[in-house]
Design a protein. Sequence first.
Length: 308
Amino acid sequence: MSESSNKPPLSLSPGQWSFIRWKTIGQLEALEVHHPLFEATLFLQGAHLTRFAPKDEQDWLWMSPTARFEPGRAIRGGIPICWPWFGDPARNAPEVRKRVKTQEPHGFGRTALWKLEDVSESAHEVEISLSLDANQDFDDIWHGHALALLTFNFSVRGYQLALTTTNPGSEPLAFSQALHTYLPTSDITRSRVLGLGCAHYIDTLKNWEYCTQDGPVYFDGEIDRIYESGESLTVVTPNASRKLTAIGSDSTVVWNPGPDKALKLSDFPDPAWQTMLCVETANAASDYRVLNSGQSHTLGVLIGRGKN
């Protein structure tokens, strides 16, 4: 893959921005939103949201205290964008797998440098759009051409991500993806996910066995499941409740590394598994998508306050 400059590409002048400023964090450029009602931090690399907090509230996202902000390195925490494939390439459908020329998981969208397309501000919300042209620059790891547009909307009520993939080529394009949301908790053993009861899922820790969920999802160690459901969910922790409403998704990934795998993860303190969980809005496993020439698909999630 060709090297890209770390200087943020611009398609508009920032002169009229009221609530947004550029900031260098580590070796990466980020947009910092300081609105009277909320704050957010969004990196150009990976189109990676690492912070969202309404006024006088704690961060709604979990970030690793040892995360590193370096060119080409995935950021641990926040919402990584897994695109144009999710997980292990070998575990994807043949139509997706045949395009991937690497064994690296989760695609290149989370480490590529995205382009700032648009900013919209008001007294109540901020909207930022970033784009990625997955063209010949990625030929050494992926065969295809796709256009991605990711729009973030922030307000005091919560935040929304909408990732639209368009196929500009002449042949069908198959891809998988996920919005890999890390959520904080003060105690993983007292946290649960509601809304997946009776859903079928693939348990990747049991040789990809098919199972059926009975009641809420609880955490008592490592968990890595792909649920065949795109229903609205509520994540309840001792300190907060969040509602996740999916768009364009019929699969949800629930993940926590547990104590043993946490020892092997990069940029992840050994005990950190006790303070986070991931609920990922996805098009994964059999829910991969195929676009004919000129077609588009939008995967999105709205995260707001939930009820216990």
